[in-house]
Design a protein around this ligand. Structure first.
Ligand code: IMP
Ligand code: MG
Length: 185
């Protein structure tokens, strides 16, 4: 365990196993979708930066198929806050998702504001299908409804860092996910 963490919630081995399972589940859903429609649409993964960076890097290498990757950037936490600010700033949404099978990928579902806003914005582009895959889902009451088709782990309502998740821009590089030690803040 890294010295920055007070407690590990999801360790690196469990993450690796689950990411491979998520890739298998997603691949099977996309195959079923193609079978149903009699044709395969272009697959586009849309990771939400910066938090989903490490998750998506591992996920796409387990998902052996042709895909395009189009990043979006969203931020709802500012600086040293450990609660969502209530407003979400989104970058420009990639403009060529019409007719594609789109998979929105984020690190964590918390209040639902980020994924809710992104699902609405991407939906306006008329993708053939839109799925959302999150590594973590926090056990909180959502401010905004957001659909999640694939979830890695359900976690309690604690502020976590590691494997892409940050506190004030730091600790994203920790290989395990856990609760930050008070001295590391
Ligand atoms: P939401 O819009 O409240 O659902 O927040 C989602 C975003 O907030 C995620 O994409 C994360 O970047 C960030 N976030 C939520 N909870 C945590 C946490 O426990 N640690 C670090 N970042 C978090
Ligand atoms: Mg984020």
């Amino acid at each position: 365990m890294s010295v920055e963490l007070e407690r590990v919630l999801v360790g690196r081995e469990a993450i690796a196993v689950r990411v491979a399972e998520l890739a298998d589940e997603l691949g099977a859903e996309l195959d079923a979708e193609a079978e149903r429609r009699g044709e395969r649409a272009e697959l586009v993964l849309v990771p939400v930066l910066t938090g989903a960076m490490i998750f998506v890097a591992d996920l796409i290498r387990e998902l052996e198929r042709r895909m395009r990757i189009e990043v979006v950037r969203a931020s709802s936490y500012h600086g040293t806050a450990t609660r969502s600010s209530g407003s979400v700033a989104l970058s420009e949404i990639p403009g060529d998702l019409a007719g594609c099978d789109v998979v929105l990928v984020d690190d964590i579902l918390d209040s639902g504001r980020t994924l809710g806003a992104l699902q609405a914005a991407i939906g306006e582009q008329r993708p053939r299908s839109l799925r959302t895959c999150v590594l973590l889902r926090k056990d909180v009451e959502r401010a905004v409804h957001a659909d999640c088709d694939l979830v890695g782990f359900d976690i309690p309502d604690e502020f976590v860092v590691g494997y892409g998740l940050d506190y004030d821009g730091l600790h994203r590089n920790l290989p395990d996910i856990g609760v930050l030690a008070a001295e590391a803040r």
